[in-house]
Design a protein around this ligand. Structure first.
Ligand SMILES: [Zn+2]
Length: 712
């Protein structure tokens, strides 16, 4: 058994079992072998993955892909799932928009406390127990519910209606619940009335947060294997295992009770999610007709169970006295506990139509759900170890995003940071979707504007037919062959798009020149073009000039024209090819504009490269990010701009901006333009403008500040 071994220590078994030697990933490795990858078994402590996240390199990393996510990952430096999950909660409006007396938000305070730069003070031990994982700051809704139950003595349902009231911003219900809450605090005596009010304010400021549906690791399920039923802890379950579940007919709407579950079926495990540590609740049940038979289960309060009225309910909607359907009959809930502590959890997904299976003999249902932080880690893991595949699949997925072009731009620029270049399509190897070529990624033709998915097939089919006709692969074609044999059968705007985006650069002729020649060639009559195809082998030379020379005679003189008038016309066109009325040379600006028009982004050049003053730049963006210089002058194109009004300082309410800038080497998101510079030169900051920019490295905030701007 041989492995692919990464510098971080992660290793993957090779698919080809005949290979006996391990392969080490380093700069010299040319080709990656196929590997076996199982997300359940990847290293959750891969240092390179955590470094990638902590460096704020989070484009494409689920839940922290925004600029805000990147900034807080850099500040908080997460190195485990709990810390990443904390960041995901901290960058929601609930924490960002809650300010303490010093004017700084909860997110900031949590970060300071995490790094030990600020003391964590708890009102009392109960509060400490509940809030210790989040440095004394109410971050999760689980915490809000725990507080309501432990501090104000609310039951689960009361606590949950509180959570819902917060989510819906129901002020009337909130003031009613506030009274109940403070009253409850007086009764429990855990905190004073004053403190109770304070805690309620914090809860009010918290926002909706996704719960996870998970079971504790010691939960058991019944596995059918080798004609036997075996009880196993859920942590030992593997994808593909068969578990017992209620008969599928319980899928119907009609009422179901344990009496009607007369048989059990099998359902297959299709997914296993390790959801890390979660707050756990415990349900205790006893059998209705035999109180000595008992069951118990530990799970998150969003976990769902099948009740005797055939409705599946989450724990938070259950109460003492409710009846659950179990494998051996109906059981009644004797107690429901919400625990103080977090425990490791797991979640499995089964292919039963209602996701039902028996856990500890109780009918439970979990639809697909996995912790956001875990998905975030998985995506970061892929980005770290398999960046080519990561970017290719994200680029393919860009069409599903709200702004596909923006998404493609962001990904292309981000990929440059890892020395992965996204290249224009290539006529010699056209594919429908983005694909990996050597260590780079190529555009798929369905992504080119003016070429719809329906045209893709026609183009590919036609190219193949010409390959057969000419009896040579496209790699050996000359430009004139592509012009003569393809320009009539591929729709003209698609044909032009292919040239303009760079797909035909392999012919070694400038893009403008090809477009110009196409226009001239289209002036020939269908009969003349047909004649050229038929007599192509006889033509000496391989330029369009040679072709027109050859064809520009009347038929009896061996040419392709019907009369002298046409022959003269062709020779005139030949003259226009030799001395065009305008320049047919490419320049950086036209290339950049065309690529932007057809691909959504300038790939091979940057608009900036076309500006004479761009030479005054001292660094490229990539160099500047990578070096330690405090100042740099960059020649950049302006991307998205976010203008905000200052909240603090001498004159609150002034305009300032966060600006995305890029050049051919990469991009910087959210460079800060403070009010003084913005007031002076802000009018130059508009999308697609090209500028020289003096940029300062902000060492404390790990960002960049724009000091000066010049139009170029
Ligand atoms: Zn690793």
């Amino acid at each position: 058994m041989a492995f692919l071994i990464y510098p971080c220590g992660c290793k993957f078994e090779l698919q080809d079992s005949s290979l006996k030697d391990d392969i080490v990933v380093d700069d010299k490795l040319k080709e990656y072998p196929a590997i076996k990858l199982d997300f359940n078994n990847i290293d959750k402590d891969c240092k390179d993955t955590w470094n990638l996240i902590s460096e704020g390199n989070t484009t494409g990393v689920f839940q922290v892909e925004t600029r805000l996510g990147s900034i807080w990952c850099k500040k908080i430096q997460p190195h485990n799932i709990d810390e990443l999950s904390l960041i995901i909660a901290l960058i929601r409006p609930g924490c960002l928009e809650s300010y303490m007396e010093d004017g700084k938000n909860l997110t900031h305070h949590c970060c300071e406390r995490k790094h030990g730069r600020e003391d964590v003070v708890y009102l009392n031990d109960t509060m400490k127990e509940i809030l210790k994982d989040t440095y004394g700051i109410l971050t999760y809704q689980e915490e809000a519910i725990l507080l309501a139950s432990k501090v104000a003595g609310m039951n689960l349902q009361q606590a949950d209606s509180l959570r819902k009231a917060i989510g819906k911003k129901d002020t009337e219900l909130m003031s009613k619940l506030e009274k109940e809450f403070v009253e409850g605090c007086k009764n429990t005596g855990v905190v004073t009335e004053e403190q109770g009010k304070e805690i309620f304010e914090t809860i009010r400021a918290s926002q909706r947060y996704q719960f996870n549906r998970c079971l504790a690791l010691d939960t058991t399920v019944e596995v059918y294997k080798d004609y036997k039923y075996i009880i196993k802890p859920i942590k030992d379950i593997k994808i593909g295992d068969s578990l017992t579940c209620p008969g599928y007919y319980s899928d119907t709407k009609r009422s179901v009770s344990s009496d009607s579950i007369r048989w059990h079926e099998l359902t297959n495990v299709v997914n296993i999610f390790d959801n890390g540590k979660q707050f756990i609740s415990t349900i205790s049940l006893s059998k209705i007709d035999d109180k000595s038979l008992r069951k118990e289960i530990d799970c998150t309060i969003n976990h769902r169970f099948l009740c005797s009225d055939n409705v599946i309910r989450p724990v938070k909607n259950l109460d003492i006295g409710n009846i659950l359907i179990c494998k051996d009959g109906n059981y009644i809930i004797d107690s429901l506990w919400l625990d103080h502590t977090k425990a490791p959890t797991i979640n499995i997904e089964v292919d039963h139509p209602r996701h039902l299976y028996y856990a500890n003999g109780i009918t439970t249902s979990n639809s697909h759900s996995i912790s956001y932080a875990m998905v975030g880690y998985y995506t970061a893991y892929c980005k770290t170890h398999f960046p080519l595949q990561f970017y290719t699949s994200y680029l393919r997925g860009a069409i599903w995003k709200q702004k596909p072009l923006e998404e493609i731009k962001t990904l292309v620029n981000d990929a440059k940071k890892q020395d992965i270049y996204v290249l224009p399509p290539d006529i010699r190897n056209l594919k429908e979707e983005f694909y990996i070529e050597n260590k780079n990624i190529r555009f798929g033709i369905s992504e080119i504007k003016n070429i719809g998915t329906s045209a893709v097939e026609t183009i590919l089919r036609h190219l193949q037919s010409v390959v057969e006709k000419l009896e040579k692969p496209i790699t050996e074609w000359k430009w004139t062959e592509f012009l003569v044999f393809c320009s009539q059968d591929i729709n003209n705007s698609a044909y032009e798009a292919l040239i303009s985006c760079g797909a035909c650069d392999c012919f070694g002729i400038g893009r403008r020149r090809m477009i110009y020649e196409l226009k001239i060639y289209n002036m020939l009559s269908p009969g003349e073009r047909k004649w050229i195809q038929d007599n192509f082998k006889e033509i000496k030379g391989d330029t369009l000039v040679d072709i027109l020379q050859f064809c520009g005679k009347v038929k009896k003189e061996g040419g392709g024209c019907h009369n002298q008038g046409r022959a003269d016309k062709l020779l005139k066109l030949k003259g226009e090819l030799e001395t065009p009325p305008h320049s047919t040379l490419d320049n950086v600006l036209t290339i950049a504009q065309d690529e932007e028009k057809y691909l959504g982004i300038a790939l091979t050049v940057s608009k900036v490269d076309g500006r004479a003053d761009a030479e005054k730049a001292t660094h490229t963006i990539k160099d500047f990010i990578g070096c330690r210089d405090k100042y740099g002058i960059l020649a950049v194109e302006v991307g998205e701009i976010k203008i905000i009004h200052t909240k603090k300082g001498k004159n609150p309410g002034q305009e300032m901006a966060f600006v995305n800038i890029s050049d051919n080497s990469g991009s910087i998101d959210g460079a800060v333009c403070f009010p003084n510079v913005f007031a002076e030169n802000g009018e130059l900051l508009y999308e697609a403008n090209t500028l020289l920019m003096q940029v300062e490295r902000n060492t404390t905030q790990e960002g960049f500040i724009i000091n000066k701007l010049w139009q170029i």
